[in-house]
Design a binder for this molecule. Structure first.
Ligand code: SAM
Length: 276
């Protein structure tokens, strides 16, 4: 009995009450937090660790929609400039060179880009004279979309103002690309990948970059920029759950200071039957 009480207390100490209260205030969840504190006291008295863990999970779930909204605030309001890429405009050349090196592009290819920002990948695609039949760029920022529509005038190219995680288009695509976007998706890029999967043909390709490292997730000091680091093990699991398989873990060099893991994957040819 005494040991389980100690475990319960050390579990609580993992997230000190002060820290939780700070986040609760920030999220406008003070009442929820107070109730949780009271419940915890009762449960520690009763040594009910299982119940305590369940309650913490419930609180996390309750705050998810708010955190999701918060993680999108910055991007919805972002203008199409270097603020999207470490404070200065960066070339998309290396990303596009990598895509071309997998021999996936041809004059019939249909391309989907998630989060084109100020269009650096598209610019490189055009400058490198890569073959494609149709390109659709989907972004959540109205300013980005207006800028992209004015800048890239080409009958093969179109743009949509959408949160792609919650989009259902009639079109399907052969290839999806996305740079510097998946690391910002809350709570992970799984929902996005699942929506992309629904819009890709069987055997279709996806190229996206991530920060590789010991798994961790946090909001930066501005409180709206969400960042998540992934291990390859985690990425593999998400790919499998969304009907993709890994082709290669490659690298993309954005500039002298920023090299990222490039995930190259394909959608499975057949529906995978999942045992529940
Ligand atoms: C860090 S910026 C990167 C821009 C661009 N891909 C680049 O590499 O320069 C992230 C981009 O993703 C867009 N974005 C974020 N969440 C999105 C979503 N759910 N659906 C569509 N676009 C999104 C943002 O508006 C922004 O343009």
């Amino acid at each position: 009995m005494e040991t389980s009480s100690k475990i319960a207390r050390s579990l609580l100490n993992l997230i000190p009450r002060k820290v939780r209260r700070f986040f609760a205030e920030f999220l406008g969840l003070v009442e929820v937090s107070k109730r949780l504190d009271k419940l915890e006291d009762e449960m520690v008295k009763k040594n009910d660790i299982g119940e305590l863990i369940e309650r913490i999970k419930l609180l996390e779930e309750a705050t998810q929609p708010l955190s999701k909204k918060r993680s999108q605030q910055r991007w919805i309001a972002a203008p199409p400039d270097g603020g999207l890429t470490w404070g200065r405009q960066v070339s998309g050349d290396d990303f596009i060179k990598k895509v071309i090196s997998y021999n996936v592009l041809n004059p019939k290819s249909t391309l989907l880009e998630i989060g084109p920002g100020y269009g650096r990948l598209l610019r490189s695609l055009l400058e490198q004279k890569a073959s494609f039949r149709r390109y659709t760029g989907v972004d959540i920022s109205i300013e980005n979309i207006e800028y992209l529509k004015e800048t890239f005038i080409d009958s093969r190219i179109s743009f949509l103002l959408e949160d792609f995680e919650n989009t259902a288009l009639e079109d399907t695509f052969d290839i999806a690309i996305s740079s510097l976007t998946f690391k910002h998706l809350y709570p992970s890029f799984e929902k996005m990948l699942s929506t992309i999967s629904q819009h890709l043909v069987r055997g279709g390709w996806i190229f996206f970059d991530l920060i590789e490292g010991t798994p961790r997730a946090y909001f930066e000091d501005d409180r709206i920029t969400f960042i998540r680091h992934y291990s390859r093990e985690e990425i593999d699991k998400i790919l499998r759950r969304t009907d993709f398989y890994i082709v290669a873990y490659d690298q993309v060099v954005h500039d002298d200071e920023h090299t990222r893991l490039l995930v190259v994957a394909k959608k499975t040819k057949r529906m995978v039957s999942r045992k529940h």
